[in-house]
Design a protein around this ligand. Sequence first.
Ligand SMILES: CC(C)(COP(=O)(O)OP(=O)(O)OC[C@H]1O[C@@H](n2cnc3c(N)ncnc32)[C@H](O)[C@@H]1OP(=O)(O)O)[C@@H](O)C(=O)NCCC(=O)NCCS
Length: 291
Amino acid sequence: MQVKLALLAEKQFETMLAYLVRYNPAAEQHVGFFGESETEIRETLAEIAPPLTESFWLAWEGDELVGVFGADYDPEIDRAWLYGPLVTAADWQPVAEALYAEVQKCISASIHELDLFFEARNLNGQAFAARHGFSLRSNNAVFRLQRADWKPSAVPAPVCAYQAAFFEQFEHLHQTLFPTTYYTARQIVEKQAEDQRLFLMVENERVLGYHFCKTETDSGYIDFIGVDAAARGKGLGADLLNAGLEWMFSRPQTGEICLTVDAENTAAIRLYEKFGFASGRILQGYRKRVD
Ligand SMILES: CC(C)(COP(=O)(O)OP(=O)(O)OC[C@H]1O[C@@H](n2cnc3c(N)ncnc32)[C@H](O)[C@@H]1OP(=O)(O)O)[C@@H](O)C(=O)NCCC(=O)NCCS
């Protein structure tokens, strides 16, 4: 049967969500940006900046949804994050290519970097990345901590909440530790809210570390944790992690906390394992520069 492509219509949102919840968990078609559970995917879609009805394309075989591909982008970071292709049509490649042709037109012309994110066993995704000149740039391990595996610390962690007076130092540390990441220091500071916290480790007015994390409907997520290279190995990372875990698990709805970390980042992985985090998927990040 012929496959037809169309932009997502508002009334099709729940159909698309059900499709993603059903098909994204399978390793061989998993797209890392979407997440796993229904709640996680719903929240991820809610955070996408352009309206989904202007940036998500669907592939239909009659009434049956057989493919989804969309994009998020941020002109300040100069990057687009490609949500897909997730295709279940028998003819994977032509459907993925046709969707990609449409999705590219939805991305602001000012953007110069495109990112893809696939589970390591998603071979169609890897071949797609190679065909379009994307380079593999990261292997990320997903780690999760279940509430039942969390051992709260008896002593409160010696961290403080972000204060504006520390912005320059925080910005310098964030740029040094994560120079090409998805939020600038200013964006992190502005994101702080009831459900997003920035903890600082300050000694003698010097910012030595920070932890930015958030709570979602039934989970928590660690965006960034980092310690000044000169202050590592003294327990500051553990204190910062502790403070964030305490806060995220203080909400009774938080059942688990997750994060992604470079699979070769031994220091961070040991830290997470020490706190009871267990590893799950390996996700591969691909990037392409467009001029
Ligand atoms: C990961 C990081 C935050 C750890 O900070 P830290 O202050 O050095 O960590 P701590 O001193 O609190 O160490 C806590 C535990 O982490 C583990 N750990 C920390 N550094 C380690 C290293 N270099 N090698 C192996 N294990 C290490 C150990 O299990 C340690 O516990 P132990 O000392 O009882 O064995 C720090 O290395 C860092 O900022 N790295 C760069 C940024 C980064 O990669 N962040 C994580 C991205 S997801």
